[in-house]
Design a protein around this ligand. Structure first.
Ligand SMILES: NC(=O)c1ccc[n+]([C@@H]2O[C@H](COP(=O)([O-])OP(=O)(O)OC[C@H]3O[C@@H](n4cnc5c(N)ncnc54)[C@H](OP(=O)(O)O)[C@@H]3O)[C@@H](O)[C@H]2O)c1
Length: 325
């Protein structure tokens, strides 16, 4: 097999596409012949030792991929060789083959193509858990999605619309704003050229958004929190901008608002039944065409460094999918 092996925590430029022995699945694992893998922001962090999950070196990064089951470890009975599956929440995806715990594997409907399957569970799972479970989003409410053209952001727009909410997309460029409108956002704000607070006031008749979905952090967070509606819910999803915001707590008091943490990985581990229920709803919405990954571009697996650069420089609109080399 071939894969990108991370031997030091010096980032993607220190890694090589190399031959490795094809592993045999251990008890409880399956080996998957990978057809597609998508890039998520944690893939950037993990090869520099900056992600909360630190796998022992050396490891093959790639937390989300799709492919065919090609070998079964002892004790795996619910899957068979030849099954089309997606795997999520682990490492190993940026290669031709990977062994993963069978519990991290999701069977796919026959109609779901490899690229959608590789770009679904992580982003849609996170945004569904955040909006529907943590924020208890109601039809008719208004959601502000920051970083709305990114992976979890595009998923959040589509999920909020499927739930009957009004969506305001916050992004850093007019190109990103235009794309968000094509996938269902009711309005878009370019926060590099427009004043976030003033524009939110105009768009919500002074009330502010009921829910803020924030995977960006940094300087935007306090502005967005100051704009939130009475009884608002502020979803802390991530810190793509790098800075972890510190908010004056009086703002939460004045708005009767809640700061709500979102940690999808632990949610899946701790609450597998709730996760399964959410995933079933997402698969139903996917089947009805109400949610569908926005694919920024497809690149052969050998071009992984270019994909990392694209994500690290905020150029990605939707998801980058790596295809079998
Ligand atoms: N809590 C959880 O369970 C969970 C699960 C999945 C992901 N996350 C987190 O959610 C965040 C987004 O993940 P993603 O996979 O959707 O990433 P992504 O596709 O790269 O989207 C991130 C967005 O953040 C914005 N951004 C602002 N400053 C940036 C910077 N300096 N570098 C890169 N992007 C910047 C960009 O939008 P603009 O250019 O429009 O500002 C970009 O589209 C990450 O922090 C990730 O760790 C959390």
């Amino acid at each position: 097999m071939k894969a990108w092996l991370c031997e030091t925590l010096d980032g993607i430029d220190a890694m090589r596409w190399q031959d490795l022995p094809t592993p045999e699945p251990r008890p409880g694992e399956v080996r998957i012949a990978i057809q597609a893998a998508s890039l998520n922001f944690p893939d950037l962090l993990i090869v520099e030792g900056k992600y909360q999950f630190k796998p022992p070196l050396p490891f093959v990064p790639g937390g989300e991929f799709s492919g065919t089951v090609e070998a079964l470890g002892e004790g795996v009975t619910h899957l068979k060789v030849g099954d089309r599956v997606a795997a999520v929440g682990s490492v190993g995806g940026f290669g031709t083959d990977a062994c993963v715990a069978a519990t991290h594997v999701l069977p796919l409907p026959p109609s779901m193509p490899w690229d959608d399957a590789a770009a679904f569970a992580f982003t849609y799972g996170t945004s569904h858990h955040a909006l529907m479970d943590r924020a208890a989003l109601q039809a008719g409410e208004t959601v502000l999605v920051l970083g709305a053209a990114g992976g979890v952001g595009t998923a959040a727009i589509q999920i909020a619309k499927a739930a009957g909410a009004k969506v305001i997309a916050g992004v850093s460029s007019d190109e990103k704003a235009a794309m968000c409108l094509t996938i269902g956002a009711d309005a878009a704000i370019n926060y590099t050229t427009q004043n976030l607070r003033e524009t939110l006031k105009e768009l919500t008749a002074g009330k502010g958004p009921d829910v803020v979905y924030d995977p960006v952090g940094g300087d935007l967070a306090e502005q967005a929190f100051r704009s939130i509606a009475w009884r608002g819910r502020y979803l802390v999803v991530g810190f793509a901008a790098g800075g972890i915001p510190a908010l004056p707590w009086n703002l939460a008091l004045l708005k009767g608002a809640a700061v709500v943490g979102v940690f999808w990985g632990d949610f899946v581990r701790r609450e597998p039944k709730v996760f399964a229920k959410g995933l079933a709803q997402l698969m139903q919405w996917y089947g009805e065409g109400r949610v569908k990954p926005v694919i920024d571009c497809r690149l052969p697996m050998t071009e992984l460094p270019a994909a990392y650069r694209r994500m690290g420089t905020r150029q990605v609109i939707g998801k980058v999918v790596m295809t079998r080399a």
